[in-house]
Design a protein around this ligand. Structure first.
Ligand SMILES: [Cu+2]
Length: 178
């Protein structure tokens, strides 16, 4: 009874910190409604009709969490040779991982889960960066330590899942934050 109560509180705190209200399943990333060709059903394991394309992944890194923070931000630059969508992220190092956007709400910058995924128009560099779209790791099982790496699975609507090593490092401070 007590255990249950504690758990619920912790979950509520995580949600609040993340600026979202009612997301139930932590490990499941909702399928993109825009991609009806790829149902998450338990049917035959036929590969969804994918367009031939390549994903270029640059500068994958995460900010260290030296103060025992339970959430961490990760960033990467993605370029797809065809139209694609980053539909979800996952890592063994955290209870939950999501793609977040930053948006103004009543004059306050808030982050929100991009439940429909992040569109990646072909040939365009899609940047996940500090103060912008980012990957959020929540419920970290261990701190993110500079010099180490975190393996994060990036799932794309077209290209499938790519396992990427993110370098944990402190962002360079050159004449201010940006
Ligand atoms: Cu976030």
């Amino acid at each position: 009874m007590k255990f249950k109560l504690v758990l619920a509180t912790a979950a509520a705190l995580t949600m609040a910190a993340c600026g979202q209200q009612n997301e139930a399943a932590p490990t499941e990333v909702p399928a993109t409604p825009a991609a009806p060709a790829a149902p998450m059903a338990v049917e035959a394991p036929t590969t969804p009709t994918a367009v031939e394309g390549t994903i270029t992944i640059e500068d994958a890194w995460c900010r260290p969490t030296p103060n025992g923070a339970k959430a961490g931000g990760c960033y990467v630059i993605l370029t797809s040779s065809v139209d694609d969508t980053l539909t979800g992220v996952a890592t063994a190092q955290a209870d939950m991982a999501q793609v977040h956007e930053m948006k103004m709400e009543g004059g306050v910058m808030k982050m929100a889960h991009l439940a429909k995924g992040l569109a990646m128009p072909k040939g365009q560099r899609t940047e996940l960066k500090p103060h912008g779209n980012h990957i959020m790791l929540m419920g970290l099982k261990a701190p993110l330590v500079a010099g180490q790496t975190v393996k994060i699975d990036l799932t794309f609507a077209n290209a499938g899942t790519k396992s990427v090593d993110f370098a944990i490092r402190t962002p360079p401070v050159v004449g201010g934050e940006e």
